[in-house]
Structures are given as structure tokens and as C-alpha cells.
Design a binder for this molecule. Structure first.
Ligand code: TPP
Ligand code: MG
Length: 682
């Protein structure tokens, strides 16, 4: 195929610019290596070919070596250098993240949701974008301008061996998603070779995914790779199905500024022979462009790059005060509203309150959808927490996923980027671990690291807690780990009304919210948990995240000491039972939200009662509860008449299966009672 002079000329100008940039970065490495960076040197032809086929309506996920894609879609060298030098006006992150880690929402360029620096982890979020595009298509939600939009996942050859990539590919073929996986194969994984790290290349690997169209091309030859990208993009855009394009490229620069080629590369000479620059220059000359004209292009590129660098060096540094911006996207839900206890209604079990909340949300919002393991039509959730929803809203909106917790959680990044509101489920808290990586690496940091461009709207429902001999893999508590992931919110309601109200606010919250739902409270089968059943609040009922609730209020007394028990989840019921032994001396504060926590309410109650006990289902050491007790001790010290106490489980690596062992490990009303007694006597 012969490419037009216009295309070749344009490609050459970009390649000359990219080359001038990597030359300059190397020449000025004393300055530029302050912050680690990689360049596309050697990969330019493949990247330019890709960039030339993208449209502003597309969704794009790049990796750290993709600066030539960024130049091709219209970023200027100056803008990229602002990121290289982590300046205030870095258009992607305001100096918060590395070079060539883009996040972009410009109307005239492809949309780039935030992606982390973790190799291969972008595959799931961007496949989530493709799933969202497909969902909008099949449900008629897609606007005319969006029609034909595709998702593109750019990825390195070594990153392809990450386990999460297979979850993404599986879903892409299963759902026939409009996505292009663009694998740049330079044969290196930092210093490990292909022979050491894989039994097959990405092209061969793709064969295992039925329905994944495969294309392979030499990425050092601009004409060849351009034609291959054209073919691949055409299939994805018009036939709406996934394609993997594998391209062999030389790696001519360093792995990164820190891991330099001279330390270990023994194949540079071989790679050098496949330099895409002279190859493209020859193609251009074959169209009649003279050597002199080419020299002219080179020197203009160099001049622009040097001037951009000088200007970027002088650009303003970020302000530490601005760091507080874009922690959470502002939520519209700031007040409790609606009717919590409508008159004349029967109490319902907690699991039904959740079901009704999700049903109302799906009925009201076409952009809402629910997916997870076994939530589809046949079962409606292993707890029947989604029963009948698929029947009512259809299998496109309520569907089963494979056992892929990483995909379930990570795909919300992409679904949310295309404007949808995913509600997802992890079947048991014990199995959140495979999804935790996505939660931490991608969801929690997206808003902050994109400098406010890409909040992730996700409701992640997680049944949690020990109950009825669930044993070591159906009983775990995980709130402390979640509480340590900055950027997400975590709620843990203990009644049906609170669960309904908090599911609603989780949905309207533009940030990722994990909703922990205690399995032992779902049906109030555990003795003493009858109050988890409540009258179902009305449709408008909503509770702001971060507001606790006084379960039981008492007045301070001059005659006897009093205390406040701060707790959540099952702890509320152990504490209620325990409090019966101390009439008028114990009040109970149900946190309802773990993050953010209602410290104002805690402070107010501690000031009144001067004694405080924190009750948790977790083992105490290094727990959320212990940290909270520490904060209460530090911030309320002058009001305290006794050290803040914590009651939790016995320290074991897991909850044992045997019912007596289980009971021995977990807190209960007696253990809480003993702690209260000690506290009141102190
Ligand atoms: C999850 C994760 N593990 C390890 C790293 C460190 N790391 C950065 S780049 C890299 C090699 C990636 O090679 P490849 O995907 O082939 O891309 P290339 O740099 O060769 O273009 C590694 C291991 C990382 N960023 N993320
Ligand atoms: Mg590589």
C-alpha cells in the first residue's frame, strides 16, 4: 500500500519531534532524570500509526512509553514537558504523576481515563470502557456523536503476562466488545528477556481467546504498521468486536531514565538496524520530498523542542495547598432526606431493603446497572439480594460475571468514564482480595491523580462478617484494609433502613463507595439482631455518607459513671445486649460509615460521658477500631476519665469453622459487657 505524501509528512514531523525530545531528555539528563520517565524511542512508528486512527469519541488507555501517541493526538511537546518536570500546569495531573501517564478529557482528543503505572492493570479499566460503550449501544443510550466509538488498550509485551490481562480479554470476547489491544513487543521486560518470561508472544496467546481477531505487523515500518492499524481499527469500529494487534518494535532508548540501556543491553546493535526513523525518511523521499526538506523538518522540530524545554523549566511549580483539591469529588448528598419510617408498613428483612433500594435505582436511572457473580436471572444473588432484578430490568442490565473480582471492581473505572453508574457485587468479603488491586491501584487514585478529571462512580456491595459457621473463607472482616485505601468511601450499615439510605447515597456519590453488608444481619437470624429488620424507608430516603446514628441515647448522671460505645455492624447488637446490664449508663453510637467517619458525633458524646469503648468484629491489633480509639484518646484526652477501650475478635489468621471455636474467637455481648464494666469502674 502506498501512503499519501500528506500522511507520511505528518508522521515524519511527529517522529522527528519525538526523536528530538528523547535526544534532549538524554542530553539534559542531569535535569530530566529528577523524575523517572520513559520515551517511545524505537516505538514511534507504531505509536504514530495508532494515534492517527483515533477519534475524539474514542477511549484510550496508554502506558508510560506512549509519548508518540500523545504527540499524534495533539499534545504539544511543551505540555508533555510540563509533565516530565512535574509542573503545576501539567495538563494531566498538575505535577502529581509521572511523564506519559496521561488523563485527558479534551473535547477534540480521544478520552483518556486515568490509568496507573502498574503494568497491565490498565487492561481491565479500558475494557470496562468498551463494555460501557457496548451497553449504551444495545440499550439505545448512545448519542449520534458517540456512535462508532472504540476503546484502545496500549500495552507492553511483558505486561501482557499479568493475570488481570486475561480477565480483560475473556470479557472482551465473551461480550464482543469494541476494543483494540495494541501490544508493543520490544522483547524486553526491563532486563528480563522474552525467553525468560513467556512461552508465547501476545499474538500466540490471543489465540486462546475465542473470537479475538489477531493482527500482527512490523512496528518499525511505518507503512506496514499503518496499514495493520487501519485494518484492526476498521474491524473494531465497524464490526464492533475485539482485535489484538501485536507489533514487533525495537527499543532504542533506555527502559527508563533510571534503568539505562548500557547496564544490560547486548542487542542494541540489532535493534538499531530496525530504527523506524530512517525507514520513514526513505518512504518520504520516495514521494519526492528532498533531503534538504527533511533536514528542515528536523531542525524545526529540534527548535520547537528546545524552546519548549526552556519554557517548561521556567513554568510554575505546584502549590502544596492545592494538594487538598480533588481528594473526593463533591457529592450532592449532604442531608438526610425522605421518610425513614413510613407509617402503616411492616418491617422487612435487611436484605430486602437493599434489594428494594437497587430496584428503585434501576427503575429511575437507565445509566445504572448491576453485575457480579450469580446476581443474574437464575439465582438473583447467593443471598437473593438481587432476586427478580434481571427479570424486571433485563439481562443486559443485571448480569452474571465470571469469577473475576479484579474485573468486577476494575471495570467500574471504564463504565463510569463513559457515563454509566455501575453497581457491582463481590460475593463475599473474603474474595475481595483479587479485586483489591484494582480498587487501590486504579479506582481510589483516579480522581486525585487526574487532578479532578476522572472521578470513578462505583457502588461495590460486599457481604461481610462471620455468622453461623461460615468458616475461614466466608467470615472475614476487611474494613481496616479498606479504610487504608485513601480516595474511596466505606459504609457499614447495621439496619435495613440504613442500608437502603446508604445504598442510595453511595449511588449518587461520584466516588467509589464500598458498601459492607453483614451476612448475619441480612435475615436477622442471629439472636438479638431483630432490630436489623426495619420498616422500609420511602423512595426518597437518603442518608449522607459519614454520619453516625445514636442507637441508644442516655443522659449523663451525677450518681453513676456513663459511657458511649462506638461501634458498627454486628457490634451494634452485641453492644445493645450488653448495655441492658447497665440501665441508664451506656449509650450506643452506630458509625454507619467507616470512611469518612463521624468524628464530630464521637467527640460530642465523649465530651458528655467521658468514657468510651470501641467495639469491632475485627481482631484489634492494627485495626480501624484501634486507630479510632487512638484518635479519640489524642483528640478528646481532656474529657476522658478512663483510657479508651477496644473489644474485638481474638487474634487468629482466620475465623475457624467449628461453631464453638467460631464463638470463642468472635466478640459477643458478654465480652462487651465485661469491657463496659471495667470501663465504668475505672
Ligand atoms: C504491576 C507492576 N509490576 C512491576 C512494575 C515495574 N515495571 C515497570 S516497567 C516493567 C516492564 C514492563 O515491560 P513491558 O510491558 O514489555 O513494557 P516496555 O517497558 O518493554 O515497553 C516493570 C516490570 C510495574 N510498573 N507494575
Ligand atoms: Mg517490553
Amino acid at each position: 500500500m502506498s501512503l499519501s505524501k500528506k500522511v507520511l509528512l505528518n508522521a515524519y514531523k511527529i517522529m522527528a519531534t519525538a526523536r528530538a525530545m528523547s535526544d534532549l531528555f538524554e542530553e539534559k539528563r542531569d535535569i530530566t532524570s529528577k523524575y523517572v520517565h520513559a520515551t517511545s524511542r524505537g516505538h514511534e512508528a507504531a505509536q504514530i500509526a495508532l494515534g492517527m486512527h483515533l477519534l475524539p469519541k474514542d477511549y484510550l488507555s496508554l502506558y508510560y512509553r506512549d509519548d508518540s501517541v500523545l504527540l499524534t493526538i495533539g499534545m504539544s511537546p511543551y505540555e508533555l514537558m510540563l509533565q516530565l518536570l512535574a509542573k503545576k500546569d501539567d495538563p494531566f495531573s498538575g505535577g502529581r504523576t509521572y511523564y506519559s501517564h496521561p488523563s485527558l478529557k479534551d473535547p477534540d482528543k480521544p478520552k483518556i481515563p486515568h490509568q496507573s503505572s502498574a503494568t497491565g492493570m490498565q487492561a481491565i479499566p479500558i475494557t470496562g470502557c468498551a463494555m460501557g460503550l457496548r451497553y449504551k449501544e444495545v440499550t439505545g443510550m448512545m448519542t449520534d456523536e458517540e456512535k462508532g466509538a472504540i476503546a484502545v488498550c496500549s500495552i507492553g509485551d511483558a505486561a501482557m503476562t499479568e493475570g488481570e490481562v486475561s480477565e480483560a480479554l475473556q470479557m472482551a470476547v465473551l461480550k464482543k466488545l469494541p476494543i483494540l489491544y495494541f501490544v508493543q513487543d520490544n522483547g524486553w521486560d526491563i532486563s528480563a528477556t522474552a525467553a525468560e518470561t513467556r512461552a508465547q508472544d501476545a499474538y500466540e496467546y490471543a489465540q486462546g481467546f475465542k473470537g479475538l481477531e489477531r493482527v500482527t505487523a512490523d512496528g518499525s515500518r511505518f507503512d506496514e504498521i499503518f496499514e495493520a492499524v487501519e485494518r484492526a481499527v476498521d474491524i473494531v469500529r465497524n464490526e464492533r468486536r475485539p482485535v489484538l494487534l501485536h507489533t514487533d518494535v525495537p527499543l532504542l532508548g533506555h527502559h527508563t531514565s533510571g534503568v539505562r540501556r548500557e547496564m544490560y543491553r547486548d542487542d542494541l546493535h540489532f535493534h538499531q538496524q530496525r530504527d523506524p526513523l530512517p525507514y520513514l525518511r526513505n518512504l518520504l523521499m520516495a514521494t519526492g520530498i528532498t533531503e534538504q526538506e527533511i533536514v528542515g523538518i528536523d531542525s524545526i522540530a529540534k527548535k520547537i523542542v528546545i524552546e519548549s524545554f526552556e519554557k517548561a523549566l521556567k513554568a510554575e511549580e505546584p502549590n502544596p495547598e492545592d494538594l487538598h483539591r480533588h481528594y473526593y469529588a463533591p457529592t450532592p448528598i449532604t442531608r438526610e432526606e425522605g421518610e425513614r419510617t413510613p407509617a402503616g408498613k411492616e418491617r422487612v428483612v435487611m436484605v430486602d431493603s437493599a434489594l428494594f433500594a437497587v430496584r428503585e435505582l434501576l427503575a429511575k436511572h437507565p445509566e445504572a446497572l448491576l453485575y457480579g457473580q450469580d446476581v443474574g436471572r437464575r439465582l438473583g444473588g447467593v443471598f437473593r439480594e438481587a432476586a427478580t432484578l434481571a427479570q424486571q430490568f433485563g439481562d443486559e442490565r443485571v448480569f452474571n460475571t465470571p469469577i473475576q473480582e479484579a474485573f468486577i471492581i476494575g471495570s467500574t473505572v471504564g463504565m463510569s468514564a463513559v457515563g454509566l453508574k455501575p453497581i457491582v457485587e463481590v460475593q463475599f468479603a473474603d474474595y475481595i482480595w483479587p479485586g483489591l488491586n484494582q480498587l487501590f491501584t486504579e479506582l481510589s487514585r483516579s480522581y486525585f491523580l487526574s487532578n479532578g478529571k476522572w472521578p470513578v462512580s462505583a457502588v461495590i456491595r460486599v457481604p461481610i462478617g462471620a455468622y453461623g459457621s461460615g468458616g475461614p473463607y466466608h467470615s472475614s472482616s476487611v474494613e481496616s484494609v479498606l479504610a487504608n485505601i485513601r480516595g474511596i468511601k466505606v459504609v457499614y450499615p447495621s439496619t435495613g433502613a440504613d442500608l437502603k439510605g446508604l445504598l442510595k447515597s453511595a449511588f449518587y456519590d461520584p466516588n467509589p463507595v464500598v458498601v459492607l453488608e453483614h451476612k448475619g444481619l441480612y435475615w436477622s437470624k442471629v439472636k438479638g439482631t431483630e432490630d436489623a429488620k426495619t420498616v422500609e424507608p420511602d423512595e426518597h430516603y437518603i442518608i449522607p455518607i459519614g454520619k453516625g446514628r445514636m442507637v441508644h441515647l442516655i443522659e449523663p448522671s451525677d450518681d453513676a459513671p456513663t459511657c458511649v460505645v462506638v461501634t458498627y455492624g454486628m457490634g451494634v447488637y452485641w453492644s445493645k445486649e450488653a448495655a441492658k446490664a447497665f440501665a441508664g449508663q451506656v449509650e450506643i453510637l452506630d458509625l454507619r460509615s467507616i470512611v469518612p467517619v463521624d468524628f464530630e458525633l464521637i467527640r460530642e458524646r465523649v465530651q458528655i460521658h467521658n468514657r468510651c469503648l470501641v467495639v469491632t468484629e475485627e481482631a484489634v491489633n492494627n485495626s480501624f477500631a484501634q486507630a479510632l480509639a487512638g484518635r479519640i484518646s489524642a483528640e478528646c484526652f481532656e474529657y476522658l476519665d478512663a483510657p479508651v477501650q477496644v473489644v474485638g475478635s481474638i487474634e487468629t489468621p482466620a475465623i475457624p469453622l467449628n461453631s464453638e471455636l467460631e464463638a470463642y474467637v468472635l466478640p459477643n455481648a458478654n465480652k462487651v459487657r465485661a469491657a463496659i464494666e471495667k470501663l465504668l469502674k475505672y
